[in-house]
Write a protein that binds this ligand. Structure first.
Ligand code: PDD
Length: 286
């Protein structure tokens, strides 16, 4: 089925959507993005995603192409036009299409930033992977140092994912200075003696919107949370592990570098947090 996508002010069939070869997103990965999940035809944590988008744009001195209210209207229009019940909306802002390839940023008055959005239908709440859990390997974190900015420079995370698939596993956790930063496209957690451990926020990781919600729900449910780095060895010795992201919600991890956790099945904390997250997200979606 052909989707209706949004490109710079227009809703068009996906095979008619066009961006310039001079677009800086294409030539320099000079762009930022957001992925907002959709449940029951409604947006999960749109406010969190739009706030992070504003921050990413600000950190890169990139002009916002539309206001947040306009962005919300575009998201909703895409949901309606594609009859999207469950899945996600991908949004990308780039520094626009200059007249030629040039390392110097163009004048934003002359070159407007470009905006693209499209829907992705996917069963996120009833995910088969969540019932089995996923297996991760560790890889060296070779990304740039500003991982708090959600840029479209995703080559290394994509390579990490390929390394995991080549090893017959599902995903990779990236390791820097002996400790885990995060997953290729998700935040990483372990659980030991019912305490949830996840790396504290800094420029080393993306400030996950799902992470913020899940930690809030965990604390509200009286679960203990420690925000600090952990090593692969500590993860292998943990009772359970999981990841979070807008596209995976809370996803149990049942193996780390070949070592099974909790007998190789999803743990109770991850399972409970996934239920709470989906239940609360359904209630709060707009
Ligand atoms: N990825 N860390 C990284 C490196 C990510 O790319 C993501 C999201 C997260 C989780 O953030 P959030 O909870 O806000 O989705 C953490 C998206 C889903 C993606 O690239 O598809």
């Amino acid at each position: 089925m052909s989707r209706i996508v949004y490109v710079n002010g227009e809703f068009v069939p996906e095979d008619e959507a066009k961006v310039s070869i001079f677009d800086r997103g294409f030539l320099f990965a000079d762009g930022v993005y957001e992925v907002t999940s959709v449940l029951d035809g409604k947006l999960v944590d749109f406010e969190g995603h739009s706030r992070r988008l504003e921050r990413s744009l600000g950190e890169l001195n990139m002009a916002a192409p539309v206001t947040i209210d306009e962005l919300l209207a575009i998201h909703r229009e895409l949901i309606v036009r594609n009859d999207l019940q469950e899945g996600a909306i991908y949004l990308q802002v780039t520094r626009g299409a200059d007249v030629d390839r040039d390392f110097v940023f163009p004048d934003p008055e002359k070159v407007p930033s470009s905006l693209v959005l499209f829907t992705q239908a996917k069963a996120v709440a009833e995910s088969p992977a969540a019932k089995k859990g996923i297996r991760v390997i560790s890889v060296d974190d070779q990304r740039w140092a500003r991982r708090d900015i959600k840029t479209v420079q995703l080559l290394y995370p994509s390579m990490g994912k390929m390394m995991a698939l080549a090893a017959g596993k599902d995903d990779a956790w990236m390791v820097e200075d002996g400790v885990v930063t995060e997953g290729t496209s998700n935040n990483a957690y372990i659980v030991k003696d019912r305490t949830i451990v996840t790396r504290q926020l800094s420029n080393a990781i993306l400030h996950g919107i799902t992470r913020a919600a899940v930690l809030r729900f965990a604390r509200e449910a009286q679960m203990k949370v420690e925000e600090r780095p952990f090593s692969i060895e500590e993860a292998q010795d943990a009772d359970e592990a999981f990841i979070t992201s807008a596209s995976a919600f809370v996803m149990p991890v049942v193996e780390v570098d070949g070592e099974s956790l909790g007998g190789g099945t999803p743990g109770p904390v991850a399972t409970r947090l996934r239920e709470i997250y989906i239940e609360e997200s359904r209630k709060m979606a707009i």
